[in-house]
Design a protein around this ligand. Structure first.
Ligand code: AMP
Ligand code: MG
Length: 410
């Protein structure tokens, strides 16, 4: 049996970051930047007002106070977007709006709240310091500086920065196209009636959703039976649309373990036992003329889910151009005793709760009662996986364990 780490590194060797392409901004949402983005201009591009008020010469108002307001004639009205390059002389002021360019000659803005709001002339009851309410050109970004580095994931904030420096399109690693295919003669499409011995197919739905959550463009190809020809021709069909193929089922030791049978024949996919529970049978390799990476996960739904989190997710991150980091871990106190097979690392579904900073780890992990690899029901409430090391066969309640946090849902 190989270790979890060995399998992760074998899987990661199969994938490379996808070649960059140019995408329009909104289409690049969720992709990873493949170029440094510099600003062609300074931001702000010009001195401008940060408030609605009056652009003034601060020295004119040195003595202004509420009981001794200073009266100034208003010689211009400057809205945002004004291109007239207004100017004022000492003893005058201009009405100015937020974001409007400062008129030449002015060195401060008096907020409208300090005044009577006059239009031809204005009474000002407070003295501004020079520079008051003025946003200086370049105080956010200097022309030519890098505002975003390659490797950054484009979310809402990055989108704002890109648009603000004038970018219409960016070079990114595109979202990986993940094709999900299940196998099993017992599988029936949800929504159709099931007969004896049949079950509704769930793995491909789960994995497609998980791959989308992991920032990919995932396609559920559905499922095929346990006939080798069918599996082979379906794989052939999906090759062209896949950056990576993920299959479930048919990789253990059974007589109808068709994925193993078919892909072993092609010679480039290695099937291994990984020293873990759930999820021991794993396969990874490439198929087809373009050597498309293929990861074959076991069919038991919980095994398949855990395998996705441990092996597929880092591979998808690498394809996206991100560091193929594992799930983040915390230490937690077990809320109940757990058991684990000797020589295999267990990943137990658990609910992780934060309970403050008093004494020891701040988290408690409550293992799900139903830990069978077919027992899906506990998965839905699970937000973490408790790791029980290979050499441990049982851990008492209260033991401190390593816990993998599952990706947040919101
Ligand atoms: P297998 O790995 O194909 O031997 O399947 C192991 C177990 O997982 C069996 O009980 C299957 O019925 C079940 N199973 C396999 N594939 C799926 C699937 N796509 N959806 C739900 N259950 C599955
Ligand atoms: Mg099967």
């Amino acid at each position: 049996m190989k270790t979890v780490e060995q399998h992760i590194s074998d899987v990661l060797r199969l994938v490379e970051p996808l070649p960059p392409i140019e995408l329009d901004l909104l289409r690049a949402h969720g992709s990873v930047l493949a170029e440094p983005v510099t600003s062609p201009v300074s931001l702000p591009g010009f001195d401008n007002s940060s408030m609605d008020g009056y652009a003034v010469v601060a020295a004119d108002l040195a003595g202004a106070a509420e009981d001794r307001p200073v009266r100034l004639p208003v010689v211009a009205d400057i809205p945002a977007g004004d291109a007239s390059a207004a100017a004022i002389r000492p003893g005058h002021c201009a009405r100015i709006m937020t974001g409007a360019p400062m008129p030449a000659g002015a060195d401060a803005v008096v907020p409208v709240e300090w005044t009577d709001g006059g239009q031809a002339e204005v009474l000002i009851g407070r003295a501004p310091a020079p520079g008051n309410a003025v946003r200086r050109a370049g105080e956010d970004v200097r022309e030519g500086t890098t505002v975003l580095e390659p490797g950054v994931r484009i979310g809402a904030a990055e989108m704002a920065v890109l648009a603000a420096v004038g970018r219409k399109a960016v070079r990114v690693h595109p979202r990986p196209r993940v094709v999900v295919l299940s196998t099993g003669a017992e599988l029936v499409e949800p929504g159709s009636p099931i007969g004896p011995g049949q079950i509704w197919e769930s793995n491909s739905y789960m994995l497609t959703a998980a791959a989308i959550d992991a920032g990919c463009a995932a396609y559920r190809h559905g499922f095929v039976g346990d006939e080798p020809e069918e599996v082979l021709s379906t794989l052939d069909d999906v090759l062209v649309q896949a950056d990576v193929i993920v299959t479930t089922g048919g990789v253990s030791m059974g007589a109808y373990d068709v994925v193993k049978e078919v892909l072993s024949g092609l010679g480039t996919v290695a099937f291994d036992k990984v020293a873990m529970q759930p999820g021991m049978p794993q396969g990874a390799g490439t198929v087809g003329p373009s050597r498309t990476p293929i990861l074959t996960l076991p069919g038991n739904p919980v095994s398949s889910f855990v395998s996705f989190q441990l092996f597929v997710r880092p591979a998808l991150r690498k394809l996206r151009g991100l560091v193929p980091a594992p799930l983040p871990t915390v230490h937690a106190r077990l809320a109940a005793a757990v058991r684990s097979p000797k020589g295999r690392r267990s990943y137990l579904r658990a609910v992780l709760a934060y309970d403050g900073l008093e004494g020891g780890p701040a988290y408690t992990a409550r293992p799900a009662v139903r830990q069978g690899s077919h027992q899906l029901s506990a998965l839905a409430e699970t937000n973490a996986l408790v790791v029980v090391p290979e050499d441990a066969t049982e851990l008492p309640s209260g033991a401190v364990v390593e816990v993998l946090r599952l990706p947040a849902r919101d």
